[in-house]
Design a protein around this ligand. Structure first.
Ligand SMILES: Cc1ncc(COP(=O)(O)O)c(C=O)c1O
Length: 389
Protein backbone atom coordinates (compact mmCIF):
# COMPACT_ATOMS: atom_id res chain seq x y z
CA UNK A 1 0.00 0.00 0.00
CA UNK A 2 1.22 3.49 -0.76
CA UNK A 3 2.69 5.18 2.33
CA UNK A 4 0.54 8.22 1.66
CA UNK A 5 -2.72 6.25 1.66
CA UNK A 6 -1.61 4.21 4.67
CA UNK A 7 -1.12 7.41 6.65
CA UNK A 8 -4.49 8.81 5.51
CA UNK A 9 -6.28 5.61 6.53
CA UNK A 10 -4.52 5.58 9.90
CA UNK A 11 -5.55 9.20 10.55
CA UNK A 12 -9.16 8.42 9.66
CA UNK A 13 -9.21 5.47 12.06
CA UNK A 14 -7.61 7.53 14.84
CA UNK A 15 -10.27 10.21 14.43
CA UNK A 16 -13.03 7.58 14.78
CA UNK A 17 -14.35 8.65 11.39
CA UNK A 18 -13.44 5.52 9.42
CA UNK A 19 -16.57 4.06 7.89
CA UNK A 20 -17.63 0.49 7.32
CA UNK A 21 -20.60 -0.88 5.40
CA UNK A 22 -22.95 -3.37 6.97
CA UNK A 23 -24.38 -5.84 4.47
CA UNK A 24 -28.19 -5.74 4.44
CA UNK A 25 -29.59 -9.16 3.61
CA UNK A 26 -33.14 -7.84 3.50
CA UNK A 27 -35.53 -5.38 5.08
CA UNK A 28 -35.92 -1.67 4.64
CA UNK A 29 -38.01 0.87 6.44
CA UNK A 30 -38.11 -0.50 10.00
CA UNK A 31 -36.31 -3.85 9.77
CA UNK A 32 -32.67 -4.47 8.91
CA UNK A 33 -31.55 -8.08 8.47
CA UNK A 34 -27.83 -8.72 8.78
CA UNK A 35 -26.12 -12.14 9.04
CA UNK A 36 -29.46 -13.82 9.75
CA UNK A 37 -30.26 -11.48 12.62
CA UNK A 38 -33.14 -9.06 12.53
CA UNK A 39 -32.66 -5.54 13.86
CA UNK A 40 -35.22 -2.86 14.58
CA UNK A 41 -34.00 -0.16 12.21
CA UNK A 42 -34.25 3.61 12.47
CA UNK A 43 -31.75 4.03 9.67
CA UNK A 44 -33.79 4.17 6.48
CA UNK A 45 -35.16 7.04 4.40
CA UNK A 46 -38.10 4.87 3.34
CA UNK A 47 -40.30 7.18 5.41
CA UNK A 48 -43.63 5.98 4.00
CA UNK A 49 -42.54 2.31 4.02
CA UNK A 50 -43.18 1.91 0.31
CA UNK A 51 -39.98 0.32 -0.95
CA UNK A 52 -41.29 -3.22 -0.42
CA UNK A 53 -44.85 -2.48 -1.51
CA UNK A 54 -46.16 -5.26 -3.76
CA UNK A 55 -47.90 -2.84 -6.14
CA UNK A 56 -44.64 -1.01 -6.79
CA UNK A 57 -42.67 -4.24 -7.15
CA UNK A 58 -45.23 -5.58 -9.64
CA UNK A 59 -45.07 -2.39 -11.71
CA UNK A 60 -41.29 -2.79 -11.92
CA UNK A 61 -41.55 -6.50 -12.79
CA UNK A 62 -44.04 -5.86 -15.57
CA UNK A 63 -41.83 -3.20 -17.04
CA UNK A 64 -38.79 -5.50 -16.95
CA UNK A 65 -40.63 -7.98 -19.16
CA UNK A 66 -41.43 -5.27 -21.69
CA UNK A 67 -38.28 -3.15 -21.65
CA UNK A 68 -35.44 -5.24 -20.21
CA UNK A 69 -33.14 -3.62 -17.71
CA UNK A 70 -30.92 -0.89 -19.10
CA UNK A 71 -31.93 1.97 -21.39
CA UNK A 72 -28.39 1.56 -22.75
CA UNK A 73 -28.04 5.26 -23.49
CA UNK A 74 -28.33 8.76 -22.13
CA UNK A 75 -31.74 10.43 -22.55
CA UNK A 76 -30.58 12.71 -25.36
CA UNK A 77 -29.37 9.82 -27.50
CA UNK A 78 -31.83 6.91 -27.22
CA UNK A 79 -32.58 6.45 -23.52
CA UNK A 80 -35.77 8.50 -23.28
CA UNK A 81 -38.95 6.41 -23.37
CA UNK A 82 -42.67 7.10 -23.13
CA UNK A 83 -42.42 6.00 -19.48
CA UNK A 84 -39.83 8.71 -18.77
CA UNK A 85 -41.97 11.29 -20.54
CA UNK A 86 -45.11 10.29 -18.64
CA UNK A 87 -43.37 10.35 -15.28
CA UNK A 88 -42.01 13.83 -16.00
CA UNK A 89 -45.53 15.02 -16.80
CA UNK A 90 -46.98 13.32 -13.74
CA UNK A 91 -44.44 14.91 -11.42
CA UNK A 92 -45.12 18.31 -12.94
CA UNK A 93 -48.85 17.82 -12.33
CA UNK A 94 -48.23 16.52 -8.81
CA UNK A 95 -46.08 19.50 -7.83
CA UNK A 96 -48.01 22.07 -9.84
CA UNK A 97 -44.95 22.86 -11.94
CA UNK A 98 -44.66 23.45 -15.67
CA UNK A 99 -41.84 21.06 -16.49
CA UNK A 100 -39.75 18.30 -14.98
CA UNK A 101 -36.49 16.66 -15.97
CA UNK A 102 -35.59 13.22 -14.64
CA UNK A 103 -32.07 12.57 -13.39
CA UNK A 104 -30.58 9.26 -12.33
CA UNK A 105 -29.84 10.48 -8.79
CA UNK A 106 -30.49 13.50 -6.62
CA UNK A 107 -26.74 13.99 -6.36
CA UNK A 108 -26.52 14.31 -10.13
CA UNK A 109 -29.59 16.54 -10.26
CA UNK A 110 -28.04 19.05 -7.86
CA UNK A 111 -24.68 19.01 -9.63
CA UNK A 112 -26.36 19.44 -13.01
CA UNK A 113 -28.76 22.21 -12.05
CA UNK A 114 -26.24 24.32 -10.15
CA UNK A 115 -23.59 24.12 -12.83
CA UNK A 116 -26.17 25.01 -15.48
CA UNK A 117 -27.31 28.11 -13.65
CA UNK A 118 -24.11 29.80 -12.50
CA UNK A 119 -20.46 30.20 -13.48
CA UNK A 120 -17.30 31.95 -12.31
CA UNK A 121 -18.90 35.44 -12.56
CA UNK A 122 -21.70 34.52 -10.17
CA UNK A 123 -22.27 33.95 -6.48
CA UNK A 124 -23.94 31.10 -4.61
CA UNK A 125 -25.43 31.67 -1.17
CA UNK A 126 -25.99 28.36 0.53
CA UNK A 127 -27.33 27.38 3.97
CA UNK A 128 -24.50 26.04 6.15
CA UNK A 129 -26.33 22.72 6.66
CA UNK A 130 -27.19 22.02 3.02
CA UNK A 131 -26.62 18.53 1.65
CA UNK A 132 -23.21 17.51 0.29
CA UNK A 133 -24.52 17.32 -3.29
CA UNK A 134 -25.46 21.02 -3.12
CA UNK A 135 -22.01 21.86 -1.79
CA UNK A 136 -20.25 19.77 -4.44
CA UNK A 137 -22.38 21.26 -7.23
CA UNK A 138 -21.49 24.72 -5.97
CA UNK A 139 -17.78 23.97 -5.97
CA UNK A 140 -17.89 22.46 -9.47
CA UNK A 141 -19.75 25.51 -10.81
CA UNK A 142 -16.74 27.75 -9.93
CA UNK A 143 -19.08 30.47 -8.73
CA UNK A 144 -18.06 32.31 -5.59
CA UNK A 145 -19.42 30.10 -2.81
CA UNK A 146 -20.73 31.76 0.36
CA UNK A 147 -22.40 29.84 3.15
CA UNK A 148 -24.86 31.64 5.39
CA UNK A 149 -25.45 30.57 8.99
CA UNK A 150 -28.11 27.89 9.26
CA UNK A 151 -31.58 29.40 8.76
CA UNK A 152 -30.12 32.88 9.47
CA UNK A 153 -31.95 35.24 7.12
CA UNK A 154 -30.06 38.33 8.27
CA UNK A 155 -26.82 36.64 7.34
CA UNK A 156 -28.26 35.67 3.94
CA UNK A 157 -29.48 39.19 3.32
CA UNK A 158 -26.12 40.72 4.30
CA UNK A 159 -24.30 38.43 1.91
CA UNK A 160 -26.73 39.31 -0.89
CA UNK A 161 -26.28 43.03 -0.20
CA UNK A 162 -22.51 42.63 -0.47
CA UNK A 163 -22.62 40.51 -3.62
CA UNK A 164 -21.61 42.21 -6.86
CA UNK A 165 -22.21 39.12 -8.96
CA UNK A 166 -24.17 39.12 -12.22
CA UNK A 167 -26.34 36.28 -10.92
CA UNK A 168 -26.93 35.25 -7.32
CA UNK A 169 -28.20 31.74 -6.62
CA UNK A 170 -29.63 31.01 -3.17
CA UNK A 171 -29.75 27.32 -2.19
CA UNK A 172 -31.54 25.61 0.65
CA UNK A 173 -32.80 22.20 1.65
CA UNK A 174 -36.48 22.47 2.60
CA UNK A 175 -36.10 19.78 5.28
CA UNK A 176 -32.55 19.43 6.57
CA UNK A 177 -31.32 15.88 6.34
CA UNK A 178 -29.23 15.65 9.51
CA UNK A 179 -31.06 18.01 11.90
CA UNK A 180 -34.60 17.38 10.68
CA UNK A 181 -35.61 21.03 10.94
CA UNK A 182 -37.43 22.96 8.24
CA UNK A 183 -36.36 26.05 6.30
CA UNK A 184 -38.68 29.05 6.25
CA UNK A 185 -39.00 29.02 2.47
CA UNK A 186 -41.50 31.88 2.36
CA UNK A 187 -39.13 34.17 4.20
CA UNK A 188 -36.13 33.14 2.13
CA UNK A 189 -38.15 33.60 -1.05
CA UNK A 190 -39.07 37.15 -0.04
CA UNK A 191 -35.37 37.98 0.32
CA UNK A 192 -34.61 36.17 -2.92
CA UNK A 193 -37.31 38.15 -4.77
CA UNK A 194 -36.07 41.47 -3.34
CA UNK A 195 -32.64 40.72 -4.71
CA UNK A 196 -33.85 39.25 -8.00
CA UNK A 197 -31.90 36.05 -7.38
CA UNK A 198 -32.38 32.47 -8.44
CA UNK A 199 -33.50 30.00 -5.78
CA UNK A 200 -32.82 26.24 -5.70
CA UNK A 201 -34.82 24.26 -3.14
CA UNK A 202 -33.96 20.65 -2.37
CA UNK A 203 -37.10 18.76 -1.33
CA UNK A 204 -35.37 15.37 -1.00
CA UNK A 205 -36.68 14.66 2.51
CA UNK A 206 -39.98 16.54 2.28
CA UNK A 207 -41.41 15.04 -0.89
CA UNK A 208 -44.18 12.55 -0.11
CA UNK A 209 -44.24 13.54 3.54
CA UNK A 210 -45.17 17.24 3.66
CA UNK A 211 -47.82 19.25 1.87
CA UNK A 212 -51.23 18.22 0.55
CA UNK A 213 -50.95 14.55 -0.58
CA UNK A 214 -47.18 14.78 -0.10
CA UNK A 215 -46.52 17.50 -2.69
CA UNK A 216 -43.77 19.06 -0.59
CA UNK A 217 -43.19 22.53 0.85
CA UNK A 218 -42.79 24.43 -2.41
CA UNK A 219 -46.33 23.46 -3.37
CA UNK A 220 -47.63 23.95 0.19
CA UNK A 221 -46.41 27.55 0.21
CA UNK A 222 -47.50 28.23 -3.41
CA UNK A 223 -43.91 28.76 -4.52
CA UNK A 224 -44.45 26.56 -7.56
CA UNK A 225 -44.50 28.17 -11.01
CA UNK A 226 -42.28 31.03 -9.83
CA UNK A 227 -39.87 31.87 -12.60
CA UNK A 228 -36.77 32.02 -10.39
CA UNK A 229 -37.34 28.77 -8.44
CA UNK A 230 -35.97 25.29 -9.17
CA UNK A 231 -36.93 22.25 -7.12
CA UNK A 232 -34.90 19.08 -6.68
CA UNK A 233 -36.53 15.86 -5.54
CA UNK A 234 -35.32 12.30 -5.21
CA UNK A 235 -37.21 9.01 -5.37
CA UNK A 236 -34.78 7.09 -3.13
CA UNK A 237 -36.42 8.28 0.08
CA UNK A 238 -40.17 8.44 0.78
CA UNK A 239 -41.06 7.40 -2.78
CA UNK A 240 -39.33 4.08 -2.11
CA UNK A 241 -37.85 3.69 -5.60
CA UNK A 242 -34.82 5.21 -7.34
CA UNK A 243 -34.06 8.28 -9.41
CA UNK A 244 -34.53 12.03 -9.08
CA UNK A 245 -35.68 15.18 -10.86
CA UNK A 246 -35.63 18.92 -11.14
CA UNK A 247 -38.85 20.88 -11.71
CA UNK A 248 -39.66 24.49 -12.49
CA UNK A 249 -40.83 26.77 -15.25
CA UNK A 250 -40.84 25.38 -18.77
CA UNK A 251 -38.02 27.49 -20.21
CA UNK A 252 -35.89 27.17 -17.08
CA UNK A 253 -36.03 23.37 -17.06
CA UNK A 254 -35.52 23.25 -20.83
CA UNK A 255 -32.36 25.32 -20.30
CA UNK A 256 -31.10 22.91 -17.62
CA UNK A 257 -31.66 20.04 -20.08
CA UNK A 258 -29.45 21.78 -22.62
CA UNK A 259 -26.70 22.46 -20.10
CA UNK A 260 -26.60 19.88 -17.30
CA UNK A 261 -23.60 17.65 -17.93
CA UNK A 262 -24.70 15.11 -15.31
CA UNK A 263 -27.86 14.70 -17.39
CA UNK A 264 -26.36 14.78 -20.85
CA UNK A 265 -23.44 12.44 -20.18
CA UNK A 266 -25.06 9.74 -18.05
CA UNK A 267 -27.24 6.70 -18.78
CA UNK A 268 -30.92 7.45 -18.18
CA UNK A 269 -32.98 5.76 -15.48
CA UNK A 270 -33.96 2.13 -16.14
CA UNK A 271 -37.60 1.97 -17.27
CA UNK A 272 -38.54 -0.36 -14.41
CA UNK A 273 -37.39 2.28 -11.91
CA UNK A 274 -39.50 4.84 -13.76
CA UNK A 275 -42.60 2.61 -13.77
CA UNK A 276 -42.09 1.77 -10.09
CA UNK A 277 -42.00 5.49 -9.33
CA UNK A 278 -45.16 6.15 -11.34
CA UNK A 279 -46.97 3.53 -9.26
CA UNK A 280 -45.55 4.90 -6.02
CA UNK A 281 -46.70 8.44 -6.85
CA UNK A 282 -50.27 7.17 -7.17
CA UNK A 283 -50.05 5.49 -3.75
CA UNK A 284 -48.47 8.54 -2.14
CA UNK A 285 -51.37 10.72 -3.25
CA UNK A 286 -54.06 8.23 -2.26
CA UNK A 287 -52.84 6.91 1.07
CA UNK A 288 -52.95 9.79 3.44
CA UNK A 289 -52.99 7.39 6.39
CA UNK A 290 -49.26 6.82 5.85
CA UNK A 291 -48.46 10.47 6.61
CA UNK A 292 -50.96 10.56 9.47
CA UNK A 293 -49.43 7.51 11.12
CA UNK A 294 -45.90 8.84 10.53
CA UNK A 295 -46.63 12.14 12.28
CA UNK A 296 -48.43 10.44 15.12
CA UNK A 297 -45.26 8.38 15.69
CA UNK A 298 -43.09 11.49 15.46
CA UNK A 299 -45.22 13.16 18.16
CA UNK A 300 -45.02 10.05 20.30
CA UNK A 301 -41.22 10.00 19.96
CA UNK A 302 -40.91 13.68 20.89
CA UNK A 303 -43.22 13.36 23.86
CA UNK A 304 -41.18 10.52 25.33
CA UNK A 305 -37.56 10.87 24.19
CA UNK A 306 -36.40 12.86 27.24
CA UNK A 307 -37.13 9.76 29.38
CA UNK A 308 -34.19 8.10 27.64
CA UNK A 309 -31.68 10.47 29.24
CA UNK A 310 -30.87 11.87 25.80
CA UNK A 311 -32.36 14.91 24.11
CA UNK A 312 -33.40 15.27 20.50
CA UNK A 313 -32.71 18.42 18.50
CA UNK A 314 -35.65 20.73 17.83
CA UNK A 315 -37.33 18.97 14.90
CA UNK A 316 -40.99 18.27 14.17
CA UNK A 317 -40.19 16.00 11.24
CA UNK A 318 -39.61 12.28 10.72
CA UNK A 319 -35.87 12.96 11.11
CA UNK A 320 -34.96 13.16 14.79
CA UNK A 321 -31.35 13.77 15.75
CA UNK A 322 -29.96 12.73 19.11
CA UNK A 323 -26.82 14.78 19.57
CA UNK A 324 -24.01 12.79 21.22
CA UNK A 325 -20.92 14.96 20.64
CA UNK A 326 -17.71 13.04 20.01
CA UNK A 327 -17.48 10.44 17.27
CA UNK A 328 -16.16 7.99 19.86
CA UNK A 329 -19.27 8.30 22.05
CA UNK A 330 -21.59 8.20 19.05
CA UNK A 331 -19.99 4.91 17.96
CA UNK A 332 -20.27 3.59 21.50
CA UNK A 333 -24.00 4.34 21.70
CA UNK A 334 -24.62 2.91 18.25
CA UNK A 335 -22.74 -0.30 19.15
CA UNK A 336 -24.68 -0.69 22.39
CA UNK A 337 -27.93 -0.30 20.47
CA UNK A 338 -26.78 -2.96 18.04
CA UNK A 339 -26.17 -5.37 20.91
CA UNK A 340 -29.84 -4.84 21.77
CA UNK A 341 -31.00 -5.49 18.20
CA UNK A 342 -31.48 -1.84 17.25
CA UNK A 343 -29.75 -0.41 14.20
CA UNK A 344 -28.98 3.33 14.16
CA UNK A 345 -25.57 4.15 12.70
CA UNK A 346 -23.49 6.96 14.19
CA UNK A 347 -23.45 10.00 11.93
CA UNK A 348 -20.02 11.61 12.13
CA UNK A 349 -17.82 14.18 10.35
CA UNK A 350 -17.63 15.13 7.54
CA UNK A 351 -21.41 14.51 7.27
CA UNK A 352 -21.86 16.68 10.37
CA UNK A 353 -19.58 19.21 12.08
CA UNK A 354 -16.76 18.07 14.38
CA UNK A 355 -18.15 17.58 17.91
CA UNK A 356 -21.71 17.17 16.63
CA UNK A 357 -21.76 13.45 16.00
CA UNK A 358 -25.18 12.01 16.49
CA UNK A 359 -27.71 9.28 16.07
CA UNK A 360 -30.02 10.15 13.22
CA UNK A 361 -33.30 8.50 14.11
CA UNK A 362 -35.43 8.08 11.04
CA UNK A 363 -39.06 7.25 11.75
CA UNK A 364 -41.18 5.42 9.17
CA UNK A 365 -44.82 4.48 8.71
CA UNK A 366 -44.14 0.80 9.50
CA UNK A 367 -42.81 1.59 12.99
CA UNK A 368 -45.13 1.17 15.96
CA UNK A 369 -45.25 3.03 19.26
CA UNK A 370 -43.92 -0.15 20.92
CA UNK A 371 -40.77 0.14 18.74
CA UNK A 372 -40.20 3.66 20.03
CA UNK A 373 -40.80 2.48 23.61
CA UNK A 374 -38.17 -0.20 23.15
CA UNK A 375 -35.66 2.27 21.69
CA UNK A 376 -36.20 4.71 24.55
CA UNK A 377 -35.80 1.93 27.14
CA UNK A 378 -32.51 0.76 25.69
CA UNK A 379 -31.23 4.35 25.29
CA UNK A 380 -32.06 4.90 28.95
CA UNK A 381 -29.74 2.07 30.02
CA UNK A 382 -27.02 3.27 27.67
CA UNK A 383 -27.23 6.86 28.91
CA UNK A 384 -26.64 5.75 32.50
CA UNK A 385 -23.54 3.77 31.45
CA UNK A 386 -22.30 6.65 29.31
CA UNK A 387 -22.37 9.02 32.32
CA UNK A 388 -20.53 6.48 34.48
CA UNK A 389 -17.87 5.66 31.86
C1 LIG B 1 -31.00 16.76 0.76
C2 LIG B 1 -30.52 15.71 -0.21
N1 LIG B 1 -30.38 16.05 -1.50
C3 LIG B 1 -29.97 15.16 -2.42
C4 LIG B 1 -29.66 13.86 -2.07
C5 LIG B 1 -29.17 12.92 -3.10
O1 LIG B 1 -30.20 12.13 -3.56
P1 LIG B 1 -29.87 10.71 -4.23
O2 LIG B 1 -29.73 9.75 -3.11
O3 LIG B 1 -31.03 10.45 -5.12
O4 LIG B 1 -28.58 10.88 -4.98
C6 LIG B 1 -29.81 13.46 -0.74
C7 LIG B 1 -29.52 12.05 -0.38
O5 LIG B 1 -29.01 11.71 0.61
C8 LIG B 1 -30.25 14.41 0.22
O6 LIG B 1 -30.36 14.08 1.49
Amino acid sequence: MSKIIKKKLKDLKLSNNFRIRKVKDSGNSHIFVHKNKEYLSFASNDYLSLSNDKRIINAAKKSLDNHGYSTSSSALISGYTKSHMKLEEEISDFLGQEKTLLFSTGYQANLGVIKSLVNRNDTILSDKLNHASLIDGSIISRASFKRYRHNDFKDLENLLLKSKAKTNLVISDSLFSMDGDIADLKKINKIVQNHESLFLIDEAHALGVYGNEGRGFVNKYSLNKKSNIFVTGTFGKSVGTFGAFTSGQKDSVEYVMQKARSYIYSTSLPVNAVEATRESLKIIQKENWRREKLFSLVNYFRKNISESGFNALDSRSQIQAILIGSSKNAIYVSEQLLKNKIYIPAIRPPTVEEGKSRLRVSITTDHEESDIDYLINILHTISRNLVQS
